[in-house]
Design a binder for this molecule. Structure first.
Ligand code: DON
Length: 314
């Protein structure tokens, strides 16, 4: 591991000092009871470069539910199948689009209007279709997900049972979405099996440090940088990053492209992951969200970081 850069450590402290107080203007998600219990003052930021050097600030070792960040890794599992078998990619992209939604991640209206074809894999109905595809190809998709994340985080991981139970009890809208998909013939498996897979991904607990490590392979042409293990082909790694860039932060993806300029994905527990191509993986965590459902202090921190280090890819 290369030595830490003291200037970068200092800069990260300055970024954290600017971002942290902005959390006071956000709201912790409360539509799932257990999310409302999050500490609004928690804050962590981690940069892990391709050599394995970790620059950290704040609560970087406190686990939280990855929530919709799991949608990136479900897509990665599906893309691994597309790398391995002809026809998977064509089938998948006929069932889910690749355009930003411009609507909330759990919109039923858009799904109805567009006859059961979700706009992209980063919104809930798109992720449900991906989970359905995984049920076709993986013997045990939940185990495949844990194995992928443990390979990338390089540490054992667990599922937060409290979050899982709370999610299971708050599934009305996701169930409605799954039923709507099924009514348009865009689910092959039982609604309950697809939802089971979906909520499992949301409830996986990871830390800010682990998430920053885990996303580095997308900054490294699909290769996990510590082990050299290929996770995805360079072509498909690039495509997952492109979908994060255009669709990863709900209907604020345009604002993120404008103010951060990096492929990102957020989750309602306040985590945001980002990719700096050929340089590093980034994760910020702060539970209070803005009106689009993205971590407010997380968004501020990524903006500051991108400006100060000139990280934007555009
Ligand atoms: O309600 C849900 O579907 C979640 N538990 C996941 C939410 C999330 O992070 C936002 N989704 N795109």
């Amino acid at each position: 591991m290369a030595e830490q850069d003291p200037d970068l450590t200092k800069l990260l402290g300055e970024v954290a000092d600017i971002a942290r107080p902005t959390a006071a203007d956000g709201e912790v998600a409360d539509y799932i009871p257990v999310l409302a219990e999050a500490d609004p003052d928690a804050f962590g930021i981690a940069l892990v470069d391709l050599e394995g050097t970790e620059h950290l600030n704040g609560d970087v070792d406190q686990p939280f539910a990855i929530q919709s960040i799991s949608k990136v890794f479900s897509l990665v599992l599906a893309m691994q199948e597309a790398d391995a078998h002809d026809g998977v990619a064509e089938e998948l992209w006929s069932r889910v689009g690749r355009e930003p939604s411009g609507d909330p991640y759990n919109s039923l209206v858009q799904l109805e209007r567009e006859r059961g074809i979700p706009r992209n894999p980063m919104i809930n109905p798109g992720a449900l279709v991906i989970d359905d595809v995984l049920l076709d190809h993986c013997e045990d998709p939940k185990r495949s997900m844990m194995q992928l994340l443990e390979t990338l985080a390089r540490e054992p991981l667990t599922v937060d049972q409290g979050v899982l139970d709370s999610e299971q009890g708050s599934l009305h809208r996701n169930r409605a979405m799954a039923n709507l998909l099924a009514s348009f013939g865009n689910l092959r498996h039982e609604v309950d099996d697809v939802l089971d897979n979906y909520v499992h991904g949301c409830a996986i607990a990871m830390t800010t440090r682990q998430l920053a490590r885990s996303i580095r392979f997308l900054a490294n042409d699909g290769v996990e940088p510590d082990s050299g293990e290929r996770i995805l082909s360079p072509e498909l790694a690039k495509r997952v990053a492109a979908i994060m860039f255009t669709c990863g932060t709900y209907d604020a993806a345009g604002e993120f492209a404008f103010s951060v300029g990096l492929p990102c994905k957020s989750g309602v527990a306040g985590g945001i992951i980002g990719i700096v191509p050929r340089r590093m993986g980034v994760c910020v965590w702060s539970p209070p969200l803005d009106s689009s459902g993205n971590s407010l202090a997380g968004r501020t921190a990524l903006h500051e970081l991108s400006q100060r280090l000139d990280l934007s890819i555009v």
